[in-house]
Design a protein around this ligand. Structure first.
Ligand code: NAD
Length: 477
């Protein structure tokens, strides 16, 4: 596959192979092996750690203005390379080319935003109890960071960690996604080509548990940032805790989407269906539990099913495709298991409910109804193109169901009542709630969950703060 590059590690400013056997990359639209990725052993990781330590010494001494300039340069390189990067992303991850392009351009925007934020990382002067004492609060970069990013957004999950960390003056060892490595490597290449100092950013791939077990406890690493499932996040948070490392965890979600009788139905269907099936539902903030008030339930369901059936599933490189394959075979198996469990418990398939063909990981956009709360899909993050519709009667019933799970990442609501929307924003237990539009994940907005969806933010000035130590300087003058 000529458009698809072989992916190397990037350690100490050099693109190179790892000491272990390379891993194969499969195109999820065709099941073909399209390339390989380098596989880091312990020796490679030790080199990455050593260069991250010296890289931190160098990079943390760059002024905020110099760091910002270099980050802006990397952002521009991503924009210049958008066509090539998007093609690579679609080949390895499956999403439609238009989504790959917008992900690449969004990554550039995120870098620009953190570049600007670097220049505004103000400390504080605290009025003292004595005229002869000066009290300052200073923000200092926390140190070398171990960052772990997943395959669903090969650029955008990585760029939030890399751009915020670098903007703060940290060095970063990024463990990229082994199944979608080449587009993530293009993000690192943009920084490398923008002349980041040696060791400030390093990229490794390999066996995830081997890498996290080696990097997280290592004394050089001062901060851990992970995006992925809650179960893995708990293991890594425990490991980080044992070694007293700062942690940001962006984990799974099971977002309620509550549509009230008074909602603008067309708006709700259009936006929620778009958000549900984007990236084939493999989005941590995708709406997954649809709670529709009784009076409009039948109409909402009818229109949502039509929207699902209007989706063109196919190879992401085809211009008419609006939903690509699932990114790996595990997700198809998960959809089959979750749907058959729901049906066995009395659930009904309103549309979809099965894979498409025998090649590639294609699965029909699916809507389920009459699913009991005991079904697995109403308790486990689906992470795929399946929407579950349930009617509700009262505001209280909707809130009880929305808050029932241990997840608390995103929530959505549609209502034209100001009173209801104010009450929702108070009562919903989630890190983010978007009402009457889909307004999440902009660079300047906090992005993160509560409860078992994790802690720490991956957006806004809060994201930068995760990469700073606070130092108090108190001085008698
Ligand atoms: P998984 O839980 O094994 O892996 C999820 C991610 O964590 C992958 O990127 C993987 O490389 C990484 N990972 C796994 N074990 C690790 C370890 N010990 N150390 C470091 N990194 C490790 O499962 P999966 O099949 O890849 O994905 C399935 C589930 O993961 C989904 O159902 C979803 O809940 C979750 N997920 C969430 C996000 C997100 O954006 N929050 C992204 C991808 C996957």
């Amino acid at each position: 596959m000529s458009d698809y590059p072989e992916t190397q590690l990037y350690i100490g400013g050099i693109w190179r192979d790892g000491s272990r056997e390379r891993l194969s990359i499969v195109n999820p639209a065709s099941d073909e092996i399209i390339g390989t990725v380098a596989n880091a052993g312990r020796d490679d990781l030790d080199e990455a750690l050593a260069t991250a330590a010296t890289g931190f010494e160098a990079w943390s001494r760059f002024s905020a203005v110099e760091r910002a300039k270099l980050l802006h340069k990397a952002a521009q390189l991503l924009r210049d390379r958008v066509e090539r990067i998007a093609t690579i992303m679609t080949l390895e991850q499956g999403k439609p080319l238009a989504e790959s392009k917008s992900e690449t351009l969004a990554a550039a925007d995120i870098i620009d935003w953190f570049a600007e934020e670097a220049r505004r990382a103000y400390g504080r002067v605290i009025p003292s109890r004595s005229l002869n004492v000066r009290q300052l609060v200073v923000k200092e970069p926390v140190g070398p960071v171990a960052a772990f990013s997943p395959w669903n957004f090969p650029l955008n999950q990585a760029v939030r960690k890399v751009a915020a960390g670098l903007a703060a003056g940290c060095s970063v060892i990024l463990k990229g996604p082994e199944e979608t490595p080449a587009s993530c490597a293009e993000l690192v290449r943009a920084f490398a080509d923008a002349d980041l100092p040696t060791g400030a950013l390093n990229l490794v791939f390999g066996i995830p548990a081997d890498i996290s077990n080696h990097l997280i406890p290592h004394p050089i690493i001062r901060k851990v940032s992970f995006t992925g499932s809650t179960s893995v996040g708990k293991q890594l948070a425990a490991l980080a805790g044992a070694h007293m490392k700062r942690v940001t965890m962006e984990l799974g979600g099971h977002a309620p989407a509550i549509v009230f009788d008074d909602a603008d139905l067309d708006l709700a269907v259009r936006i929620l269906a778009g958000a549900k099936f984007r990236n084939a539902g493999q989005v941590c903030v995708a709406p997954t539990r649809f709670l529709i008030q009784e009076k409009i339930y039948a109409r909402f369901l009818d229109r949502f099913v039509k929207a699902a059936e209007a989706i063109t599933v196919g190879n992401g490189l085809d211009s008419e495709t609006t939903m690509g394959p699932l990114a790996n075979g595990r997700r198809v198996e998960a959809m089959e298991t979750l749907v058959s469990d729901a049906v066995a418990r009395g659930g009904k398939v309103a549309t979809g409910g099965e894979r498409i063909g025998n090649h590639g990981n294609f699965y029909k956009p699916t809507v389920l109804t009459d699913v009991p709360l005991s079904a697995r899909i109403l308790n486990e993050e689906p992470f795929g193109p399946v929407a579950v519709m349930s009617p509700f009667s009262t505001y209280e019933a909707a809130i009880t169901e929305a808050n029932r799970l241990s997840y608390g990442l995103a929530a959505y609501a549609y209502t034209t009542s100001g009173k209801t929307s104010a009450a929702l924003s108070r009562d919903i237990q989630s890190g983010m709630i978007s009402i009457n539009h889909h307004g999440l994940a902009l660079p300047e907005l906090p992005f993160g969950g509560i409860k078992e969806s994790g802690y720490g933010s991956e957006g806004g000035s809060e994201a930068m703060d995760n990469f700073f130590n606070i130092k108090l300087v108190t001085e008698a003058i």
